[in-house]
Design a protein around this ligand. Structure first.
Ligand code: PLP
Length: 382
């Protein structure tokens, strides 16, 4: 095959899965390597560093290399879920390390951090999401890690990543950004000064609601990185071969899926904010959202996630979720199909979620069908 140009865009590299044509067969779809162990060569040395699949394996590494490219990272590590990636990061901190995190964020991640704090594994201070003053008060020279989710689950509040990186850096802490709601082609936290970017790859990166996965990607020279890799090897939470192979397949269409979700979400939010029965649409793409200007500056699209606050008696938002006919009444986000959830039912109390909040993941359908479904949910519960 002819030589390729040296400089290709990240989109081209992702679409072609880094142009790894299988040398044995010429297959343009990378083969899946499902071996749990790897034979040594004649000198009893490992080949390409592969020894045992709990440590590392070729299909997972290939997916990590695609992610490293589109994230502008030095390296990436894939995990069996987003939560196992978060667990590995916290486990890699020194015992008793101080962590500062948001009050409003993915509730299971916060629940887990609170439990670790109760057990004395970490010290935890919570700050108001999107409020840099509150973050600065929570961070001190004793802080090891600042965890930011932007846009953040719940009200989709937006944090200025460059300013947060400055706060963390001046205290000598690492900044990790959960960018699940804004995939790499929409937001690149490492370029804005973050040390680590996290995704629940279950969501936009995989994009088809068919696997659970998590990824951490790092800037160069991160001392904690090898410790995180070691925790993953001890725990065996590396993403397995089949899921990694599906993820490579999904990353090939990430840019078109993301662009469509962003377009659909903006059109949906713009329309729905005017409807009777809607008291607010919380979407960073709307000028009414407090994080709109920051989102415009640091994102190239606003993602497909929003929450809608419903007017009316208690129970109406839940009744609307039950009345959905096109939206699927399920948790999660970032798949091709649109989802609706009554967020308080899913999260439970203690995470700042109001009773009248519906969380929507806008997918790739015809947006007119999504708008019509939302309108029929409103009239069915009027
Ligand atoms: N972070 C965010 C923003 C999420 O939405 C989720 C899952 O919903 C997670 C982390 C956890 O990821 P996973 O479910 O893949 O473990």
């Amino acid at each position: 095959m002819a030589d390729r140009p040296n400089k290709l865009s990240d989109v081209t590299l992702a679409v072609q899965a880094l142009h790894r044509v299988d040398p044995a067969s010429g297959a343009v779809v990378p083969p899946m390597v499902a071996s749990s162990t790897f034979a040594r060569d004649g000198d009893y040395a490992s080949r390409d560093g592969y020894i045992y699949a709990r440590y590392d394996q070729p299909t997972t590494r290939h997916a990590e290399e695609v992610l490293t490219t589109i994230e502008g990272a030095d390296d990436s590590l894939l995990f069996a879920s987003g939560m196992s990636a978060l667990v590995a990061l916290i486990e890699a901190l020194p015992h008793g390390a101080h962590v500062a995190t948001q009050q409003m964020m993915y509730h299971v991640g916060l629940n887990w951090m609170r439990r670790q704090a109760d057990r004395g594994v970490i010290k935890l201070t919570e700050f108001e999401a999107g409020n840099l003053g509150s973050m600065a008060e929570a961070v001190s020279p004793k802080t090891a890690l600042v965890w930011v989710e932007t846009p953040a689950n719940g009200d989709w509040s937006v944090t200025d990543i460059a300013a947060a990186a400055e706060i963390a850096r001046s205290a000598g802490a690492l900044l990790a950004v959960d960018s699940t709601a804004a995939p790499p082609l929409v937001q690149r936290p490492l370029e804005l000064g973050a040390d680590i970017v996290f995704h629940s790859a279950t969501k936009y990166l995989a994009g088809h609601s068919d696997i659970t996965a998590g990824v951490l990607s790092a800037r160069p020279g991160l001392a904690i990185w090898q410790d995180i890799r070691q925790v993953r090897s001890f725990q065996g939470t590396i993403l397995p071969a089949f899921e990694s192979w599906l993820l490579i397949r999904s990353l090939r269409t990430l840019h078109v899926r993301t662009a469509r979700a962003c377009d659909n979400a903006l059109a949906f939010a713009t329309h729905v904010q005017k409807l009777a029965g809607v008291s607010a649409v919380l979407y960073p793409g709307l000028a009414s959202h407090p994080g709109h200007d920051t989102a415009r500056a640091q994102m190239s699209g606003f993602g497909g996630m929003m929450s809608v606050l419903i007017d009316g008696p208690e129970g109406r938002a839940l009744a609307m979720a039950k009345a959905a006919r096109v939206f699927l009444p399920a948790t999660s986000l970032g798949g091709v199909e649109s989802l609706i959830e009554h967020r308080l039912t899913i999260s439970g109390p203690g995470y700042g979620i109001p009773e009248n909040m519906l969380r929507l993941s806008i997918g790739l359908e015809d947006v007119a069908d999504l708008i019509a479904d939302f309108e029929q949910m409103l009239s069915a519960t009027d």
